[in-house]
Write a protein that binds this ligand. Structure first.
Ligand code: GZL
Length: 348
């Protein structure tokens, strides 16, 4: 961006903040109580080619993973980088995302980024975005729609591969422990029902489980990806089933809650415990819990999607084609690894 442009842009940003203060002090804008009240931005920004205006509808703030994911967008879509970001936290409610998207359309943003809390219920609002000629980029979770032309592309994880890798890891681990012939009783804490992450992880692990005659899935229940719900459901599992050999927990925050429940029930988990704990996300706090002997294995779900989406937008700005489906690189960790050094390299 040229110096002249930068100077003009800086002035517009100053104007924008003054406008914001005036309107807020005047009570005209107030805090964003709901998506309809999301900050309007002045025409000067709207009509200023120096800026790419992006509306981002985020699932919520339910987990450490989500915090890392949100930060990866906020740190990239900045005015210094030539963007104006309208960010909306849907507080894990689809209706808030629908309102936010309609708000972005009203404000004539250049792009909409959507992390859809669940896969269904998006056809109408995505058609409205298409009619308004606003490209929609899906991130992390995906959508089930009649017409896949309603969105430009999707960037995220191969959730089914994550689930399958967890099942394959458990086969190897039980082999090492000399327990391949033992009846293995499993419970699952599932993520938000109908979310892509839950659908994929559940299906992936199930594809391995169905080949293991001695594995028995006692019950699978939703912990909604939160620590509180994860603890509550694990308490129910521990009260209901006398012998639980494995917990499959579809994200680290539910795992943290489950570990608390296991300890409160006077039981143990991890490599030296009664219950094998398999988790997903690989946030730093989970790898630390693994280092302290509470988690056996964790399957990464890379939340750093912001830079990838910025690259996509740059290509779209040049009228270049982008891949419809774009997976991010992922790995897993288990307690046998040199976690102390690995944790130092983690950014979330
Ligand atoms: C997965 C993401 C999930 C994480 C959870 O990509 O959608 O949502 O696994 C988060 O931590 O709540």
């Amino acid at each position: 961006m040229g110096e002249r442009h930068l100077g003009r842009t800086k002035r517009i940003v100053e104007l924008l903040w003054i406008l914001m203060v005036v309107l807020t002090l005047g009570g005209c804008m107030g805090a964003t109580e709901s998506p309809e009240d999301a900050m309007l931005y002045p025409d000067e920004v709207k009509d200023n080619d120096d800026y790419i205006v992006v509306g981002f509808s985020q699932v919520g703030a339910e987990s450490d993973w989500r915090a890392g994911n949100t930060e990866s967008f906020r740190s990239v879509f900045t005015e210094e980088n030539g963007y104006f970001l309208l960010y909306e936290d849907a507080q894990q409610k689809q209706e808030n995302q629908l309102k936010a998207i309609r708000n972005f359309i009203l404000q004539e943003v250049d792009y909409i980024i959507l992390d859809p809390i669940v896969e269904t219920g998006w056809d109408a609002v995505l058609q409205e975005a298409k009619d308004a000629q606003i490209p929609v980029i899906l991130v992390d979770r995906s959508v089930e729609v009649e017409d896949e032309g309603l969105y430009t592309c999707w960037v995220g994880s191969d959730f089914e591969k994550e689930g399958r890798s967890a099942g394959e890891w458990l086969i190897d681990y039980l082999e090492e422990q000399g327990r391949s012939e033992e009846t293995i009783q499993i419970v699952t804490l599932q993520g938000t029902p109908d979310s892509t992450a839950q659908i994929g992880r559940t299906a992936g692990f199930a594809s391995v489980l169905k080949e293991q005659e001695n594995w028995k899935m006692l019950e699978s229940l939703s912990g909604d990806f939160t620590q509180a719900k994860g603890q509550e459901v694990m308490e129910y599992f521990l009260e209901t089933y006398e012998k639980i050999d494995v917990l499959v927990s579809e994200n680290d925050n539910m795992t943290f809650g489950a570990i608390d429940a296991i300890h409160e029930a006077g039981k143990t988990c991890g490599p030296d415990g009664e219950i094998i704990v398999i988790s997903f996300d690989c946030v730093k706090a989970a790898l630390e819990a693994m280092m302290h002997g509470e988690i056996n294995a964790d399957f990464e779900c890379n939340p750093i999607l912001g830079p990838r989406v910025a690259q996509i937008i740059k290509l779209l700005e040049k009228g270049e084609p982008v891949e419809k489906v774009q997976y991010v690189e992922e790995r897993y960790f288990d307690a046998s690894m040199d976690l102390e050094n690995m944790i130092k390299t983690r950014v979330y």
